[in-house]
Design a protein around this ligand. Structure first.
Ligand SMILES: *Cc1c(COP(=O)(O)O)cnc(C)c1O
Length: 338
């Protein structure tokens, strides 16, 4: 199902991968400046050191890992590898993360949203019914953004098993969830891509490092199509540093989940809050009496939340990210004065 031009593509061969595997001491091959170590040298195009650390942290073999400039790159690549512009289409749950549609539009691929039900759930039957012979990808975000809930695992698995194309499960928030990750199922499903990111639980949104876990064949395709040096040296260094201390991430996650539960209880007592939806992420979706009014009021008080009132099924909803205890208290204090 790979696009013919990508299948037959001869990837750019960088100076640094032609001697691969041999001992080297003198580097006069890449027209770099010999001074200003370590920034003078091109970084490892396949980020093997970072992948070794991620492999340990996530329990996935390094050869099944792709690293990109944020998840954004891992979201764009499946379109570029598998979808013929003006011809193919993709299916996605709705509402969900906006980048799947942005990348579809950029790549001139038809985007077919499948509305979630009132519990923000879907079924394999509903997703597969939206597919035709030109459907190449199905996007599932779990825990979903902006709703916060997990999509029922059996339905995701049935979708993967029942679909001829590729199912991409975005698990950007799985560190905050009780549901086991689908990464462990990779060996069973050659058509599954699981996305993760350093931007949320790992506290590294600034370094732009996203990851895709998939079969060797898919990873090889991504590596062929990506920019040769897509993950810069500063990012690789900082990622390695963060990966040295996974217990820090566990501590943050534990703290944020406690704060999340405290915030939800407090929101349920607010006269301006009609409902808080169940969440397994580091944010929650709250149905308010008047989301636009409350959003404007909070902005006037220098507090920014995400107004989702114009998103399908999210009328009058605000999406609240869980912050530090004092940030959360500021939000609550402002809302109590409304
Ligand atoms: C925040 C988020 C990401 C992260 O994107 P990056 O480009 O890695 O920062 C990915 N997917 C979803 C659903 C998100 O909400």
């Amino acid at each position: 199902m790979t696009r013919p031009n990508i299948w037959s593509l001869a990837p750019y061969s960088s100076a640094r991968n032609e001697y691969a595997g041999r001992e080297a001491r003198v580097f006069l091959d890449a027209n770099e400046n010999p001074y200003n170590t370590p920034y003078n040298r091109y970084p490892d195009p396949l980020q093997l050191e970072v992948k070794a650390a991620i492999s340990k942290a996530k329990g996935v073999p390094a050869e099944n890992i792709f690293l990109g400039n944020g998840s954004d790159e891992a979201i764009d690549l499946p379109y570029r590898c598998f979808c013929q512009p003006g011809q193919d289409n993709v299916v996605a749950i709705e509402p969900t993360y906006g980048m799947y549609k942005v990348c579809a539009d950029i790549n001139d691929i038809e985007y077919r949203p499948v509305l979630l039900d009132e519990n923000f759930q879907t079924t394999a039957d509903r997703l597969l019914a939206a597919c035709d012979e030109h459907t190449k990808l199905i996007w599932i975000c779990s825990p979903n953004n902006p709703t916060g809930n997990n999509i029922v695992r059996e339905e995701i698995v049935r979708t993967i098993e029942g679909f001829q194309g590729i199912v991409i499960v975005d698990e950007a928030y799985s560190d905050f969830s009780t549901e086991p990750t689908l990464r462990s199922e990779l060996l069973n499903y050659p058509n599954l891509i699981v996305l993760n990111t350093m931007s949320k639980a790992w506290g590294c949104a600034a370094i732009r490092l996203g990851m895709a876990f998939a079969s060797r064949q898919i990873i090889d395709l991504f590596n062929k199509v990506k920019y040769p040096y897509n993950v810069n040296l500063l990012t690789q260094k900082q990622a390695l540093e963060a990966l040295q201390d996974p217990f820090q991430v566990d501590k943050w996650v534990r703290m944020l989940k406690l704060e999340r539960d405290r915030m939800i209880e407090a929101f349920q007592l607010l006269p301006t809050c009609e409902k808080v939806y169940p969440t397994e992420a580091n944010f929650f979706l709250a149905k308010m009496t008047d989301a636009q009014l409350i959003y404007n009021y909070l902005v006037d008080n220098a507090i920014i939340v995400r107004n989702r009132t114009r998103v399908t099924l999210c009328h009058n909803c605000l999406r609240i990210t869980v912050g530090t205890k004092s940030e959360n208290n500021e939000l609550l204090a402002a809302l109590r004065q409304l």
